[in-house]
Design a protein around this ligand. Structure first.
Ligand code: GLN
Length: 484
């Protein structure tokens, strides 16, 4: 049962093969058995059963959605009413949110059951889940490896089938990179598709919530719940939301898929390249036409991102001052001392590094040289995509240059860590949808993900390509041997 898709689970619930209470208990038991993975910060055991009971009652009255009674895990960046919401930080280790994020509200309204809150890099800053105040998450495929970050807990939970599906957020790759490292499907929607209300802000112009699932089909079902205009988020777009499942099985013959030559150069591991090549052959077999495209400014995406994201973070994180909520230092003199000690004690090293870099980039003497320059680069990077999409309908490449690396291997080298997101960051800078699908294993037996980037609001096409690929391959059904 734990290996079933959302559609299958929904059918099993509908046909009364299992109740939501039984299903929820099954996943809660799996979470306990796999505690060592450290995928969850909070397990919502009691309340989940109560939610499942309510879902069973709702079903008996015939008032159901596809998600009624389906267990789900939420990244601990989404505010959940009455439940701990830590964002992976000591700063919020005691924070119980008084309200629900819009994403949470939408899943609650659909009758989904919250299994718990998943572990993550502190304030979503990281690529390995090692910056979490609540300790790293282990990769279920190989416990010596990182699960990726920042949505590492959600990725590990879905990969080990501790939850059928999970939510994640992606500022520079945090849905796609952990999805790739853990062998699951993850999609970052176009900027503005999914409400950011109640999603703790890291870099507001880049942050976007999205699904982390076994398959493209499950992701389409989740997007149907998550997407839509939200008056509570000023950057939410009032754009028609299609039924993402309607076009999943459409033929893709004649579709033009662009291969950016910059994504296949030095720095890409041979085993990852081999998997991407195999995907290209598979897509050709489905009738897609592969064309070469250029993204000449993509090599500048990492430095551009590491000016803009910290700049926005330095501003967003100024709210954590010990006054209104969260951590407050114990011993302090005056108010300024309280601020300083609270922030010095409450934030971890990576978060402090970002706040300092961001504050520097925004300071009067350096604003033009760094922040403004990076904004201009951002435009050039977005323009590259616009030009590329004149000759193709979607862009394909590796999600990450390597498979999951070993725990501890990059923690002392922030730049090496940052380079992990070289292929994922451009889509965030441009605001485009990007998806990673599991496509094979590297020489080390760890999963490899392949990325598709689409035009604005063209999530349905990415899901269509992903689904067609998953109809003829089996990578999305593979799970670590000990979880089978
Ligand atoms: N790894 C990137 C960073 O550290 C992206 C994180 C994210 O997408 N939240 O900023």
């Amino acid at each position: 049962m734990h290996t079933m898709s959302v559609a299958e689970l929904s059918k099993a619930l509908q046909e009364k093969q299992i109740s939501s209470v039984e299903l929820t208990q099954l996943y809660l038991d799996r979470i306990t058995q796999q505690e060592e993975l450290n995928a969850f910060i909070t397990v919502n055991a009691e309340d989940a059963i109560a939610q499942a009971q309510a879902a069973d009652t709702r079903r008996s009255k015939g008032d159901t959605t596809l998600f009624t009674g389906i267990p789900i895990a939420h990244k601990d960046i989404f505010c959940t009413k009455g439940m701990l919401t830590t964002c992976g930080s000591k700063m919020l280790a005691n924070f119980v949110s008084p309200y629900d994020a819009t994403v949470i509200e939408r899943f609650n309204d659909s009758g989904a059951v919250t299994l718990g809150k998943t572990n993550m890099d502190e304030f979503a800053m990281g690529s390995s889940n090692e910056t979490s105040y609540f300790n790293p998450v282990l990769n279920p495929w190989d416990r010596k490896a990182v699960p990726g970050g920042s949505s590492g807990g959600s990725a590990a939970a879905v990969a080990a089938r501790l939850a059928p599906v999970a939510t994640g957020t992606d500022t520079g790759g945090s849905i796609r990179q952990p999805a790739a490292f853990c062998g699951i499907t993850g999609i970052k929607p176009s900027y503005g598709r999914v409400s950011r209300y109640g999603m703790i802000a890291f870099a507001s112009s880049l942050d976007q919530g999205g699904p982390m699932t076994r398959s493209a089909e499950d992701a389409a079902m989740m997007l149907n719940v998550m997407c839509g205009f939200d008056p509570k988020d000023s950057t939410s777009l009032n754009e028609a939301v299609p039924d993402f499942t309607a076009t999943l099985a459409d033929p893709i013959d004649g579709m033009r898929i662009g291969l950016p030559k910059e994504y296949f150069g030095a720095g890409l591991n041979a085993d990852v390249a081999r998997v991407v090549d195999a995907v290209i052959e598979e897509l050709k077999g489905l009738g897609a036409k592969l064309v070469e495209v250029e993204l000449p400014n993509s090599t500048l995406a990492v430095p551009c991102y590491y000016v803009l994201a910290p700049a926005e973070a330095s501003s967003n994180l100024s709210r954590f001052d010990g006054v209104r909520y969260g951590y407050r230092a114990q011993d302090y003199g005056d108010l300024a001392d309280m601020y300083m000690k609270t922030r010095a004690e409450g934030f971890g090293t990576e978060v402090k590094r970002r706040i300092m870099t961001g504050t520097y980039a925004l300071s009067a003497g350096y604003y033009d040289a760094y922040y403004l320059k990076a904004q201009k680069l951002r435009r050039l990077i977005a323009d590259d995509f616009t030009r590329a999409f004149e000759s193709c309908d979607a862009i394909l490449g590796p999600t990450t240059p390597t498979t999951a690396f070993d725990l501890g291997s990059k923690t002392d080298d922030p730049v090496a860590m940052y380079l992990n997101d070289i292929y994922t960051i451009p889509a965030n800078l441009a605001g485009l949808p990007g998806m990673s699908i599991p496509a094979g294993l590297g020489d080390d037996g760890r999963p490899v993900g392949v990325q598709l980037v689409g035009r604005y609001f063209d999530e349905a096409r990415l899901l269509n390509i992903g689904h067609r690929f998953q109809q003829v391959t089996d990578w999305h059904n593979q799970i670590p041997l000990d979880q089978a």
